[in-house]
Design a protein around this ligand. Structure first.
Ligand code: OGA
Ligand code: NI
Length: 360
């Protein structure tokens, strides 16, 4: 009942392998006490600070795409504020069929229910496949989750050995969903360019050839949700992240004003957050947001995060149009692979963009 976790060094192309439990198997054992490796220090525990309830902004994509008047201007302003002050919003009326969203969650749930032996056919190699990521030592505290990580776009970058063949429509569904999310990412990136007065394709062009990856998370029920985290606090290494989550189970928390705010799922909506690359490209106007996931005692939870980012070879830096005397350059330029090296070299922990920050 062990699976592998890999830590990967993208520039050297090497990886180191660790053995980690399959959390789903642990969770099915009616444990009397939780294994040490999952127990967080007191200050990291979900209830260390009482959750702060607040509504994160909801953006109606239909208004942004179809309206042409005042209503659109207002919604665009709302989107700008959401991405500057919160770094996250819930997109409704985004145009992706509900049937596809439900099937995406369905294929993950059906995969999880397969016999372990079948699932381990896809066990993680170079951070793709079924297992765990960001494990860098044998004694590190682990997340209460099993994941499937995949490179989804461009299609030529897919490592098909890591793509499950069961359920039967797994590959086809991921393929369809990947294309839909890429369209949505392009729409949001062009709207966010527009908000800061740039040509709509400005951010998209700065991303160069876009790369899309997916992290399908399975958070089994946990007998002591007060002691563990489903995913450690982090910001995403991406431009944008689109999160599809279970309709009824709260798990995602975002950091806002030094408080953890639970994100209440809205059926049919997609949660979109800013990642580190967009923070850099926008010269800090849009904020990549720290977030984490917690678990529940009597229910499991599925979420699917789709990340879009510049390709590994792209040079990333603030848009020159967004730098002036009042807005000095906040980040030095770097190749994305350099950032990823830094991102994957340690455990998942906080924001990892400081290495490029220009100190004033
Ligand atoms: C992620 C992530 C949050 C969640 O996969 O990067 O932040 O709610 N997931 O599963
Ligand atoms: Ni994340």
């Amino acid at each position: 009942m062990f699976n592998t976790a890999l830590i990967f060094n993208p520039s050297a192309g090497t990886s180191k392998r660790f053995s980690v439990p399959v959390v789903q198997e642990l969770a099915s054992q009616n444990l009397q006490s939780l294994p040490e490796r999952y127990i967080r220090s007191e200050k990291e525990r979900p209830n260390a600070f009482p959750p702060h309830h607040s509504d994160i902004p909801i953006i109606d994509m239909d208004i942004l795409l179809k309206d042409s008047d005042l209503r659109r201007r207002k919604e665009l302003e709302k989107l700008g504020i959401a991405c500057q002050q919160w770094g996250i919003f819930q997109a409704v009326n985004h145009g992706i069929p509900l049937s596809l969203l439900n099937r995406m969650k369905g294929i993950m749930r059906e995969f999880i229910q397969l016999p372990l032996e079948e699932k381990l056919k896809y066990k993680m190699q170079e951070i793709e496949g079924y297992g765990q990521a960001f494990v860098t030592s044998d004694d590190q505290i682990l997340d209460w989750a099993d994941i499937i990580a995949l490179t989804t776009l461009p299609p030529e970058n897919r490592k098909m050995d890591s793509w499950p063949r069961k359920p039967e429509d797994f590959r086809e569904t991921v393929d369809q969903y990947a294309v839909e999310i890429q369209k949505l990412d392009n729409t949001v990136l062009s709207l966010l360019s527009e908000v800061v007065g740039l040509k709509p394709d400005c951010f998209i062009n700065m991303f160069g050839k876009m790369s899309q990856t997916m992290r399908m998370n399975y958070y089994p029920p946990c007998p002591r949700p007060d002691l563990v985290l489903g995913i450690s606090p982090h910001s995403d290494a991406t431009g944008l992240t689109v999160l599809l989550q279970d309709d009824e189970t709260v798990g995602l928390h975002i950091s806002n004003d030094d408080k953890w705010v639970p994100v209440q799922p809205i059926p049919g909506a997609l949660v979109i957050n800013i990642g580190d690359m967009l923070e850099v490209i926008s010269n800090g106007i849009y904020k990549s947001i720290e977030h984490r996931a917690v678990t529940n005692m009597d229910r499991d939870r599925i979420s699917i995060a789709t990340f879009c980012a510049p390709s590994m070879k792209t040079e990333v830096g603030p848009a020159p149009e967004l730098i002036d005397e009042l807005h000095p350059c906040q980040y030095r330029r770097f190749i994305r692979a350099e950032y990823m090296q830094n991102f994957f070299s340690g455990k998942l922990e906080g924001k990892k963009i400081d290495f490029a920050k220009i100190k004033s």
